[in-house]
Design a protein around this ligand. Structure first.
Ligand code: G3P
Length: 215
């Protein structure tokens, strides 16, 4: 499974890249709003650190506006993927960009038929949101399993990018369910390497060695 960082923080992108596990980056309007820098400048900076796909979301909600913003985003760097909402206008824009060879990420996907539709329109990525479904008492992971089943049944090529991941249990179950990609906050990525018995084991090894050989 590929791992993307879900962040607009350059510092976090650098930290994830240094770990050697960064396959791409996803950003959104809320994430860039926290940064206090122009979106295009930050995307350019991120693309210098990460050579994998970098999703740049449109703010427009109408087809013409999405096309206009998306065309500006793709001028920034070759790895930019235009992130569009999973709406009817987003679907039309997805088809238009795909026909022009421009990669898209259809975001805010909350039910499997949205994922089926955007795959038919040529989306490169679809972003089903797990955490936000859990937040309203639904089963976010079931959405991942349902999309996987539909895509596998019909040989749909769109990559299933699990999003709105809040903790390592989400990430583990995405990997087991066959998500192609998961986009996570930095904390979820670093938490993957944590276990109390690992820390305890290191402590025991170091103490045993020091007792025997000093130092
Ligand atoms: O980038 C989209 C998605 O990952 C947002 O996650 O935690 O705001 O629901 P969250």
């Amino acid at each position: 499974m590929q791992l993307y960082l879900d962040s607009a923080s350059l510092n976090e992108v650098k930290q994830a890249a240094d770990l050697g596990v960064l396959d791409g980056v996803t950003t959104n309007p809320s994430l860039i709003a926290k940064e206090g820098v122009p979106y295009s400048k930050r995307l350019e900076e991120i693309c210098k650190v990460c050579s994998g796909p970098v999703s740049a979301e449109v703010i427009a909600t109408d087809f013409a506006g999405m096309m206009r913003e998306g065309k500006e985003h793709v001028k920034i760097a070759p790895q930019i993927v235009v992130k569009l909402p999973s709406t009817l206008d987003g679907l039309k824009a997805c088809k238009a960009f795909s026909d022009d060879g421009i990669k898209t990420n259809l975001t805010l996907c909350f039910q499997p038929l949205q994922a089926m539709m955007v795959a038919k329109a040529g989306a490169f990525l679809v972003s089903p949101f797990i955490g936000r479904l859990d937040d309203i008492g639904q089963d976010g992971m079931q959405l991942i399993r349902d999309i996987r089943a539909i895509y596998d049944t019909y040989g749909m090529k769109t990559k299933l990018l699990a999003a709105s991941i809040r903790h390592t249990n989400h990430l583990l179950h995405c990997a087991l369910a066959g998500a192609d990609v998961a986009t996570c906050p930095l904390k979820v990525i670093t938490d993957c390497m944590k276990h109390p018995l690992t820390d305890k084991g290191i402590e025991i090894f170091v103490n045993d060695y020091k007792k025997a050989f000093g130092g």
